[in-house]
Write a protein that binds this ligand. Structure first.
Ligand code: ADP
Ligand code: MG
Length: 235
């Protein structure tokens, strides 16, 4: 979906956060593979979408007021059948209402469980001094606890992309350790370049957070995405 349409929708509701569903629509434009993610507005719709997308399914809260979905009980993984999907829908809505009663809820998103891969994170944000910057790291504790990340100022070159991937301490994990197959480093470099180019051309995007991306030996897929729009873009 073109960014202009997503900006329009956000403008109407006076918000800067795009939902996961909207952020993934934007990513398709960028050329980043994402898990096919659809919005259900009722329990019945969630069940029928899960049937279409396939099991095991994943359900997540869709709200422009919720940044970290897991923190409010808004993510249910590995749902094997329609009963599990139905129950997950109710549980998600119940726990989100309890945790954040004033949150505006669009519904619940439905996607298929992605096969597991090495988790990486790509982020972009605006630094008051340097302007747009790009970040890369491995998922989980690597970023949150160890701060093992690389940064470049946008726009990056092919060489920057190469270096960003190789200069993190966790790089050997991408090359494959303990008999694990190497992941597609090329697909990570390509994603970094595409995001850099998109951010450079779209100053109305203030922040982009792909956390996590699953990387495989033959490519990658973003399973979560969050975009924050620049306040000025909404005026
Ligand atoms: P949050 O808003 O809490 O960051 P996420 O969408 O990232 O929510 O989901 C939390 C975790 O669930 C992810 O870090 C990932 O490990 C897992 N997850 C999310 N979507 C999928 C999916 N489609 N397939 C497999 N695992 C997923
Ligand atoms: Mg996430």
């Amino acid at each position: 979906m073109p960014l202009a349409k997503l900006v329009e929708a956000a403008k109407r509701e006076g918000r800067t956060l795009l939902t996961e569903v909207e952020s993934k629509e934007m990513l398709k434009e960028v050329g980043i593979p994402v898990t096919d993610t659809r919005l259900a507005r009722s329990q019945e719709e969630a069940i029928s979408l899960a049937r279409e997308e396939g099991f095991p399914a994943v359900l997540k809260i869709v709200s422009p007021d919720i940044t970290h979905k897991s923190d409010v009980g808004g993510v249910k993984l590995g749902l094997e059948n329609i009963d599990a999907v139905g129950n997950a829908y109710e549980e998600i809505v119940r726990s989100v209402i309890q945790a954040q009663p004033n949150a505006k809820v669009h519904g619940v998103s439905v996607q298929k469980m992605a096969r597991s891969g090495v988790e990486v994170i790509i982020g972009a944000s605006h630094d008051p001094q340097f302007g747009p910057i790009l970040m890369f790291g491995l998922g989980g504790v690597s970023v949150e606890v160890l701060g093992d990340v690389s940064f470049r100022i946008i726009p990056i070159t092919q060489r920057d992309a190469r270096e960003m991937v190789r200069e993190i301490k966790g790089y050997p994990i991408l090359e494959g350790i303990r008999g694990q197959a190497a992941v597609s480093i090329e697909s990570i470099e390509e994603a970094l370049l595409k995001i850099s180019e998109y951010m450079y051309g779209h100053p109305e995007v203030k922040e982009l957070d792909l956390n996590p991306i699953f990387v495989y030996s033959d490519g990658l897929v973003a399973v979560d995405a969050r975009v924050v729009l620049e306040e000025e873009a909404l005026q």
